[in-house]
Design a protein around this ligand. Sequence first.
Ligand code: SF4
Length: 308
Amino acid sequence: MSANDSLVQIGMGPEPDQIDLLPAPSWRPALPRWLKRPLPAAGGIGFTRDLIADLKLETICESGKCPNRTECWSRKTATFMVLGETCTRPCGFCAVKRGRPEEVAEDEPERLAEASARMGLRHVVITSVTRDDLPDGGADHFRRCILAVRERSGATVEVLTPDFNGDTNALDIVLSAKPEVFNHNMETVNRLQQFVRRKAQYEVSLKVLAYVKQTAPEIRTKSGLMLGLGESTEEILETLSDLRAAGCDLITMGQYLQPSAKHLTVQRYLPPEEFDRLGELARRLGFVDVASGPFVRSSYHADEMAKF
Ligand code: SF4
């Protein structure tokens, strides 16, 4: 095996010799049986797809190549992605396009609200690409989206935001619209942050969640982890403990799946029983609700997790 064979392949971003890389497993694990499942009945998928296209909206379901898309779209749910389809950060796990982002579409909050109403959503999840190019990181756009959805449909709103580089002024802008759930994903354990989300920092993400909880304790805070990137159980538990210390209420844990050959390779497929055990440990640490399983994503069945 050559030196390069022992390294994971990565997408855009710094040149490979400029960054540290995760070792690839010495064998490429086959997809285990628990990750093969029958396609759910297509049901409302056409309705959801046509509506999203009609209103020219983006979803992380599509942009992120989410494995649950058929199921969620058949249930007429989706997670909207605002602020364009191009991200300013080069995370090694993420399928979202990166590069020079688009102009912010001023009418997007209204189109999003219209989609939420037509879909009959009672809980709307809004995420975005990371917009380090904008002075407020897109915080005011989030604020406008929350208000528009609430006014048009009366739905509860969950935002899944970037870290805004830890800017509390930006966080205050989002919080001023009082989303019911504030979600910010930790994604991975401390040791792997630089490989997995290269421009983000573990401590900054913890501070974001802690700030939200201290500033607006009535808002449920939530975070998520992708597992199978080479983390140990001890590191997972340490991360969960850190999240609880930051006042995080809700946690999701799911299996990382490699979106393409350019992205970080899977180091290990955790069996469902291991997800169950980790979920139980998370509950014991005091999370209000826990979703842990191979197909869990931060917005998977978010409406059920955000019962009020
Ligand atoms: S889990 Fe979330 S991102 Fe994936 S399809 Fe469902 S709503 Fe979309």
